[in-house]
Design a protein around this ligand. Structure first.
Ligand code: HPA
Ligand code: ZN
Length: 365
């Protein structure tokens, strides 16, 4: 795993994953299989070529860094992968593959993000996406013991009205107080390219979801242009000034006392994905920054983001990174796992069971 072996302690730790994009778990192998199943020609002659395309470091900020000819941006690569997802069965297979992987990594509960607009804008019916994930949500719990509550993301670089229409279409699959809601998603989020797309643009979507009894979270990407201004909106302005319930990434809050103090005062946790930042940030800069946030009392948990597009580093690999490079003790790692239980939106009974498991972890060094 990206230079680090996963220790027995990290492998065995009961885990909760709160920041993973289901489309970012599509493996080259499943993409290859689905391309054949759906008679789609991929721009790779062989499976090995496809696999090699995942090893590249993608351009994250073309607006700031310019384009590198022949190298897709991160989000271009991500959305290109989505092309092979067409039928209910495809979405089911994607989700079940992830939940099986969760079982193998001792992830007990997950809150995966999904991008409904990434599929409907290609002509895929919303029912195919939502029914596929819903069936996997049930089978994952029944067959694998991995429980999940999902998060519908607005694509922030698409028009707001399109996001609101997507929400209206997906709403019958929501939980909360939606009458007859099928219980797939319990929250809305905000994903895709944050460039000049601050959270407050989507305030109507957040308040609609809140009125439906859903939770609200949003990405504040690390090192993005205007990142501190976006954090300010997410902490102090959205949801009529209540702030977001969680923030995805949000690591830049460490730079400004007003922001990290705001996170503490308002009990807003951060879902961090260390490997995502480590691809572009020196070890000596990144991990002390994470440690400082934790030491000041900001609630953080450790997650994976888009593991197959991030050198196959999953939640266990991300936890191993902070265990190794932040120098956290076993007790501190258990606390990080507990933070994820605190921050999650699972049923109380599920939370209780994971707390109990964590209480029994041997933390002697
Ligand atoms: N950042 C923002 N949006 C995303 C990402 C990401 O890393 N992955 C999928 N959607
Ligand atoms: Zn993300």
């Amino acid at each position: 795993m990206n230079g680090l072996a996963i220790s027995d302690f990290i492998a065995a730790l009961p885990k909760v994953e709160l920041h993973v994009h289901i489309e970012g778990t599509l493996t080259p192998a499943l993409r290859w299989k689905l391309a054949h199943r759906n008679s789609i020609t991929l721009p790779y002659a062989t499976y090995e070529d496809l696999e090699a395309s995942y090893a590249v470091t993608l351009n994250h900020r073309p607006e700031l860094n310019g384009r590198q000819p022949g190298i897709p941006t991160f989000l271009e690569a991500y959305f290109a992968g989505c092309e092979v997802l067409r039928t209910e069965g495809d979405f089911y297979d994607l989700a079940m593959a992830y939940l099986r992987r969760c079982a193998a990594m001792n992830v007990r509960y997950a809150e995966p993000f999904f991008d409904i607009q990434a599929h409907t804008r290609r002509g895929v019916p919303a029912t195919a996406v939502l029914d596929g994930y819903l069936r996997a949500q049930h089978d994952g719990a029944d067959q694998l013991g991995v429980h999940s509550r999902w998060i519908m993301c607005f694509l922030r670089d698409e028009p707001v009205e399109q996001g609101l229409a997507a929400y209206a279409e997906a709403r019958p699959w929501a939980a909360g107080t939606v009458e007859g809601g099928k219980g797939l998603f319990h929250a809305v989020g905000l994903a895709s390219n944050a460039y000049e797309r601050p959270p407050m643009l989507f305030e109507e979507g957040f308040t609609l979801a809140q009125a439906d009894g859903l939770h609200v979270t949003m990405h504040c990407d690390f090192g993005q242009k205007d990142t501190h201004a976006h954090m300010n909106e997410a902490i102090f302005q959205v949801r009529n000034g209540q702030g977001s319930e969680r923030i995805d990434h949000g690591l830049d809050a460490e730079d400004q006392e007003e922001l990290w103090q705001g996170l503490i005062d308002r009990k807003i946790g951060l879902t961090l994905c260390p490997h995502a930042y480590h691809r572009r940030t020196a070890t000596e800069v990144l991990f002390p920054k994470i440690r400082r946030l934790a030491e000041r009392g900001v609630q953080i948990c450790i997650n994976s983001d888009d593991p197959t597009l991030m050198h196959d580093v999953w939640i266990d690999g991300n936890m191993q990174k902070v265990y190794t490079y932040c120098g956290f003790s076993k007790g501190e790692m258990v606390q990080l796992a507990r933070n994820a239980v605190d921050m999650c939106w699972a049923e109380e009974e599920i939370k209780h069971d994971i707390y109990e498991e964590l209480r029994k972890v041997d933390i002697s060094e």
